[in-house]
Design a protein around this ligand. Sequence first.
Ligand SMILES: Nc1ncnc2c1ncn2[C@@H]1O[C@H](COP(=O)(O)OP(=O)(O)OP(=O)(O)O)[C@@H](O)[C@H]1O
Ligand SMILES: [Mg+2]
Length: 877
Amino acid sequence: MAESTAQQVMEIRAGLSHALGAAAIALDRARGAHAAAVERRRRVEAAAEARLRKIDSARDNRLAEIDEQHRTDLAAYAGAAAAAADRAAPGAAGDPWDDWQATPLDRAAELRVGRLLLPHPEEVPALVPLLDRGHVVVRGDRTLGDEVVAGLLLRALGTAAPGRVQLIGYDPEHLGGGLARFAPLAPAGVLTFVGPGGLPALLDDLTAHVRRINETVLAGEYTSLRELNAATHRRPEPWRVAVLLGAGELSRPEQAQLQRLLRTGAACGVHLVIQGLPVQAADGIEFITAASGDHARVSSAGALPVRLDGGPPQAVVAATCRRIAEAVEAGPAPVALDSLLPQEEWKQSAATGLSAPLGDSPQGVPVQVTLADYPPHALIAGPSGTGKTNLIYAWMGALAARYSPAELAFYLLDFKEGVSFARFAPGRRDPSWLPHVRLVGLNVNTDREFGLALLRFLGEELRRRADAAKRYEVTNLAELRAEDPEGSWPRIVAVVDEFQVLLSGRDAVAAEAVDLLEDLARRGRSQGIHLILASQDVSGIEALWGRPALVAQFSLRIALPRARRILAETNTAAESLPRYHAVVNADSGALEANKVVRVPAAGDRERWNALQHRLWRKRPPELGPPRLFDGDVVPRLADSPDFRRLAPAEQVAAPMVLLGETIDVAARSARTVLRRAPGRNLAVLGTRMDEACAILATAARSLAAQFPPDGARFSILCLDQDARAAAAALCAELPECGSFDADSADWLLEDVAAEASASFPSDRPHFLVIYAADALPGGKETAEQLRTILRQGPERRLHVLGWWRGAALLRDALGGQASRTDPIGAWVALDVHGSELAPFYPGARAPAWYPRPWRALHFDRSVHRGAEVIIPYGAGS
Ligand SMILES: Nc1ncnc2c1ncn2[C@@H]1O[C@H](COP(=O)(O)OP(=O)(O)OP(=O)(O)O)[C@@H](O)[C@H]1O
Ligand SMILES: [Mg+2]
C-alpha cells in the first residue's frame, strides 16, 4: 500500500511537475501573446493618432479654403451689388448727404434709404424704387420714418428737372408739419397741401390724372410714361408724388380709390408715399420698416438687416427747395427755335394757306397755326414783356423756313421804339436779310403816317389781285394761282407790332387807318393778304370800338399770359398760362378751340442768324434787300432814287424841286414842279434853321442836277447870320451862283424885280433862294420888289425859294391879312401849327399838323388834295 502510496505520490508528483511544466509553457506563451497584443495595440493607437492628426489638418485646410472662398465671393457680391446700386441710384438718387446736391437725371432712378448690413466691409446701399416704378409705405418708428420720407422726397426732387416732380402733401394730424421743411416749394406750386378732409378729393384728382394720361397721353400706344419716355425721349407729364401721412382709418370708398391708385398710378407717374396707413403688400409697393440700429428692414431686401440713413440736413433741403422754386418760377427752359424748322426748307406751297408750328403743346406735340381763308388774320395780345415780339419772330422763322419767297412775303412795321424788326434788314454788322421781307418799318411810333402808307400800299396790292382774279374769273388766291401759274402771287403777311399806336387818338390818321384795315381785313382773306396785329391790350384800342365787323375778321387769336379780353369773354385760359406760353385760338376765342403752346425763344441772335443766313444764301438772285424805313434815321438825298434819276437836259420845261422823303413804302421824294406859271414859288415856314437850310439845299441841289452848268442861274440871299455857313456851302456847290447878304439885298431885289417885270423873254431859269426872307432890309420898297418877284417872276421862269420864320411873317411879306396868298403855290411847314397854315390851305379847314423834330408838312396847291408829311434830307447828304 505504501508503495502504492509512494507510487501514487510519485505519480502525483510527476503529474504535478508535468502540469507545472505545461503551465509554465502556457504562461510563457500567454505572456508572449500579451506582449504582442500590447505592441499591436500601441501600434494601432499610434496609427490612429496619426490618422486623426492628418484628418484634423485636412479639415483645417479645407475650412480655411472655404473661408477664403466665402470671403472672395462675398467681396465680389458686395462689390457687384454696390456697383449695381451706383448705377441704379446715380447722383442725387444715391449720394450721401454730406456732399449731396440735385443732379437731374435723364431717367427715373431708385432712391437710397440706407445700407444693407452684410458681413463685409463694402458698403451696399439699400434702394427703393419710386418714380416710374411704384409706391413706398413707411412703417415702424414714426420719427425715424419721417426722416426716411424726407430723404426719399428730396432725392426724388433732386433727380428730376425742377418742377418735373410735384408733391402733394396730406398730413391731417400735423397740418402739413411733416412736410414743413419743403414749404419753400409751395409758392411755385411744386408742393401743394391738402387740408384735413381733403383726402377723397385728392384721391379723385389723382385718379382723374391717371385716367386722362391713359386716355390722351399714352392713348393705347404705350403702356406707361416710362415706356413712352424710352421710345420718344419726351416726358409730357410731371411725376406726381402724393405723400399721405397718417390718415387714420379710411372709409371703404377711400380704400377702394387708394387700391386703384396703388395698382395703376405708377404707369402714369402717380406715386404714393404712405406713412401711418394700413396697406396690403402687393407688387410695386415697397415697405420700409423704420427702426434704429440693425433692426430696420426694406421689403425688397428680404430678411437682410438694414441701417437707415439719417434724414437730409435742413440746410440742404432748404437750399434745394429754394433753387427748384426759383427755377420753376423762372419758367421752363426755352424750347429751341430749331424745333420749329422743317426737315426740308422751302418745300411747301402757299396756294391754300400758310401753316407752321408755333411751338409744343404741353403734351409735347407741335401746335400748327394756319393763316388761310379761315382764319385769315391774327390778333396777338399780352402785357408788356410776355413775349409778343418773340412769338412773332418764332412764327416768322417757322414760316420763312417752310415757304420760299415766291410763296410768302412779309411787310413789317414796329410802332414801338427800338429796333425789333431791324434784324430782318441788312445792317452795318450783318449784311444779310430775311429774303421774304419786303419792307421793314422801324421807329415809326411818331410817324404813324408810315402805317397808313403801308395800309394804302396793301390796299393797292389788294386791288391788283382783285383785278387779276376778275380777269381770270376766279374768286380766291388758290384759283388765281392755278389759272396763272407763271404769275407771282405770294401770300402777303403784314405784321404790325404795337398797332394800337397807329389807331390811337381820334385823328384823321386813326380814322383812315381803321377804314383801310377794315377793307383789307374783309377782302384780303381771299386774296392771300393776311394781317397780324400785336398789342398789349386790344380792348383799350378806342378805334376798334364799334367796329365789331373789323375785329371779327381777326378770327385767329393768340393770347399771351394774362392777356385781357382777346379771347371770348368767358375764356380765361390766358390767366393761368405759364411764362412763354400762349393760347392759340383759331375760332375767335371760343373756349373749346383753345390750344396751349410753349413758344421757343427766337430772340437768340445766334440761332436766328444761323437760319437767316441759310435762307439768305438760298435767295433768288433777283431778290434785293427790303425797303428799310427807320424813323430815327435822317435820309440822304444821295440815296433818293428820284434824285439819282435827275440828269441835266437842254430843255427843262418843268424843273422839279425835291424837298424831302415822303413817308411811304416806295421811299419817294416829295416834289414840287416849278413850271412857268403863276404861284410857282416855294415857301419854307418855321424857325428851325437846320431843317429850313436842309430843305432849301435839297431844293437847290435837285434843281441844279437838271441843268447843264450854265443852264440855270442861282442867287442866294442870306439874311440870317446863323445860316451863313449853310448858304455859303450851298452856293459853293451850285454852278453859276451869286451870293448876297443884307448889304447887297436892295440892289439884288431891285435887279430881280426888274427882271420879273421885263418885257423881253428870259433865256434861262433864275432861282432866287432867300434865307430868312422876313428879315428883308430896305423897308417898303424892297418889300414891294419881293412881292413883284413872287407875283410876276414865275411867268418869266424866275422862282423864289424862300424861308420865312413864321406863317404870319410870310403873310406880311405878301401884303398883310387882306392880301392874296396865291403867289405861294407850294410850302413846307416846320414848327408852325396847322391852324396858322389855314390861309395857305384850301377849304375852310386847316391841315392837321403838330410839329415834330425833323419832320415837315408839304403842300402844293397845284397837285395836292391834302398836305403830306415829309422828312428833310440831311444837310450835306
Ligand atoms: N418763348 C420765350 N422763351 C424765352 N424767352 C422769351 C420767350 N418769349 C419772350 N422771351 C423773352 O422775354 C422778353 C420779352 O419778350 P418780348 O419782347 O417778346 O415781349 P413783348 O410782349 O413783345 O414785350 P413788349 O410789350 O414790351 O414789346 C425778351 O427778353 C425775350 O427774349
Ligand atoms: Mg414787343
